[in-house]
Design a protein around this ligand. Structure first.
Ligand SMILES: [Zn+2]
Length: 76
């Protein structure tokens, strides 16, 4: 996986990417279920990356365009 490669090559950079990725949320258009980009296996750094992302919702299981947005509190 790309994340593992980056972590191996640039461990310090990966910490920043992880911290930032955790502030970005993805919301299911079908049921409203939210998860962080990081927990979903993705990365987003310095505002780079998709604003919408095709994916399968963990809650309702439907595939759709998940809305990606940044939430207010970066530390949780
Ligand atoms: Zn859903």
């Amino acid at each position: 996986m790309l994340r593992r490669l980056i972590r191996a090559l640039f461990p310090r950079a990966m910490e920043r990417i992880e911290a930032e990725s955790r502030t970005w949320m993805m919301q299911c258009p079908n049921c409203g279920y939210e998860t962080s980009v990081w927990e979903a296996g993705g990365m987003r750094y310095k505002g780079l990356g998709p604003v919408y992302r095709l994916g399968r919702c963990r809650d309702c299981g439907k595939i759709g365009m998940l809305r990606v947005y940044q939430r207010g509190d970066p530390d949780r």
